[in-house]
Design a protein around this ligand. Structure first.
Ligand SMILES: O=C([O-])CC(=O)C(=O)O
Ligand SMILES: [Mg+2]
Length: 569
């Protein structure tokens, strides 16, 4: 769909219905063509195009290939030693030449992912106001109350298929970054395109600004958001309700709304409130759950046994912790046929007040209650490890350095191969580093983290840490949902995505101790995930794009956006 048509507007021609758009797009002048990031090719405009589109004289004589432009840009990026400068160079490229940006990202995914995504995107959000040059995405603040539908109409694209929206209250593990959380929806959607092949014109990043409680930002002269404390209660709920209705009214039933980095209390409530009326997906609850379940299923190849044979201990009982825990319990129930309540009992969660136990039930938030099992209270993580003897330890606390030497050693003394996942992002918030996990377990740990760590050598052996990040899941998952025209997201689709990801881990990976496939194969991985998710949507009767294509992997591959330049007539 995204490929093949030779057109002055590239793949976006179908979206340019002038009766809808509030302004007209003209390519009469080569000058404006060059300044439109979606159509610009820089020095790669051919002689013929320079003649046909009034570009003569506006460019030096040389004509470069896209490959040579790519090589030049990579040289420029690599010259910056500060990651934030690399991030800024990438944003600059995205805002001047979109196809070249995606060509770089697709071809150099392992090198550039830590720049446009975690960990650097976290720092970018913290400093967003100071580095802000190009507004990206759509900002909806309390000032726009009552006018959200109008604002959606200011966005130039009509065929939006995925929205990633945040209110900035819990950006990665960095807390409330208010309006500056916009870096996250922008980064996530860049991955939708680069990793999942969803066309950029179908992607819309949105930040809802209801204020921030971050005093540092409120005092920052360069802060870009509303200078007020967060709205809560009815004021908050009403704005979100208006937003959700406006999206449906403007883009129809089949736009996927991905909630990202909302604080726990709102995340669970929004998902519960809108999952029966809208096509919604919470990346932090559901995407993270799916990628971690995949890692666990994959690790069983190294650990032996089934999920039911393991005991799980989580540090952190928020969106990620409880989301993962629930998907594990669901998968065990699919395997052993027992009620989910029964299977939850081998999964324990520790929050900031200690082990979640039945005696705390009355004071627990609803999403923690299913995990309040019978046990005496335990305050310290290390004591919980010793008492419960987990085989798998998962950090989703958002707080760095919580897996101390004592904790890792306790895991290593209980298990031949302790599985340790330090999932909090960015790297500064990881519960422990790869080096710590391998060293403190004397090279026996199987380790994965949310943000990337370099391979680590210990006693002459090289360990390759896995990156258990929802970036493996959401791009392919979203593509599958879009391809099928699914009207809802269901847990079975998350399980399908997990299994599709596991199927991409090969013997060769296991031999290196890897439980996830490398990101360099991500488009193939995403096509497989998309196919399995779409197949599940068809099976559940949720798909509206009928009839079901025979070969869903091929359909996914065909759908994928190619960043190669178009020729213009
Ligand atoms: O963005 C990431 O790297 C993963 C994620 O959703 C989070 O940490 O909130
Ligand atoms: Mg997130």
């Amino acid at each position: 769909m995204a490929d093949g048509v030779e057109d002055v507007y590239g793949e976006d021609s179908a979206t340019l219905d002038q009766s809808f758009t509030p302004w007209t797009i003209s390519v009469a002048s080569g000058y404006s063509l060059m300044r439109d990031p979606r159509h610009n090719k820089g020095l790669a405009f051919t002689e013929k195009e320079r003649d046909a589109h009034y570009l003569r004289g506006l460019l030096p004589p040389v004509v470069l290939s896209q490959e040579l432009q790519e090589k030049k840009m990579m040289n420029i990026i690599r010259q910056y030693t500060v990651p934030l400068h690399r991030y800024m160079a990438m944003v600059e490229l995205q805002e001047t030449n979109e196809r070249l940006f995606y060509k770089l990202l697709v071809d150099n995914v392992e090198e550039l992912l830590p720049i446009v995504y975690t960990p650097t995107v976290g720092e970018a959000c913290q400093k967003f106001g100071s580095i802000f040059k190009h507004p990206q995405g759509l900002y909806i603040s309390l000032k726009e109350k009552g006018k959200i539908l109008e604002i959606l109409n200011n966005w130039p694209e009509r065929t939006v298929k995925v929205i990633v929206v945040t209110d900035g209250e819990r950006i990665l593990g960095l807390g409330d970054l208010g309006c500056q959380g916009m870096g996250i929806p922008v980064g996530k959607l860049s991955l939708y395109t680069a990793l999942g092949g969803v066309c950029p014109s179908q992607c819309l990043p949105i930040t809802i600004d209801v204020g921030t409680n971050n005093e540092k930002l409120l005092d920052d002269e360069f802060y870009i958001g509303l200078r007020q404390k967060r709205a809560t209660g009815k004021e908050y709920a009403d704005l979100l309700q208006e937003f959700m209705c406006a999206v449906k009214q403007n883009y129809g039933e089949k736009v996927l709304i991905q909630f990202e980095d909302f604080a726990n209390h709102n995340a669970f409530e929004l998902l519960a409130r809108y999952s029966s009326t809208h096509l919604v997906f919470n990346d932090d609850i559901q995407g993270t759950a799916s990628v971690v379940l995949a890692g666990l299923l994959s690790a069983l190849r190294l650990l032996g046994g089934t999920l039911a044979d393991h005991t799980f201990l989580f540090l952190g009982a928020g969106e990620a912790g409880t989301g993962i825990a629930e998907l594990i319990a669901l998968e065990i129930s699919e395997q052993n046929g027992k009620p989910i309540e029964e299977n939850r009992k081998q999964i324990w969660l520790v929050d900031s007040k200690g082990l979640i136990v039945a005696s705390r039930k009355d004071s627990l938030q609803d999403f923690k209650k299913p995990w309040a099992h019978d046990h005496e209270p335990i305050a310290e993580l290390k004591n919980a490890v010793e008492a419960l003897k987990p085989t798998i330890l998962i950090g989703t606390s958002g707080v760095g350095k919580q897996f101390t030497k004592e904790v890792v050693e306790a895991m290593a003394s209980l298990n031949e191969k302790p599985l340790i996942m330090a999932l909090s992002n960015p790297t500064s918030q990881a519960e422990c580093t790869a080096e710590e996990a391998y060293t403190w377990s004397e090279g026996r740990a199987i380790f994965a983290s949310g943000s990337p760590f370099d391979p680590f050598e210990y006693n002459g052996k090289t360990f390759i840490p896995g990156q258990a990040n929802n970036a493996y899941i959401f791009p392919g998952f979203g593509l599958g949902v879009i391809m099928a025209g699914s009207t809802r997201v269901r847990d079975d689709m998350l399980l399908a995505a997990s299994k599709a990801l596991v199927s991409q881990v090969t013997e060769e990976h296991y031999e290196k101790g890897m439980i996830y496939p490398p990101f360099k194969n991500i488009r193939k991985i995403s096509a497989n995930i998309a196919a399995k998710v779409a197949a599940k949507a068809y099976e559940l009767g949720l798909a509206s794009h009928l009839p079901q294509p025979e070969d869903l992997v091929k359909s996914a591959e065909k759908y994928m956006y190619s960043p190669v330049y178009r020729s213009y007539r």
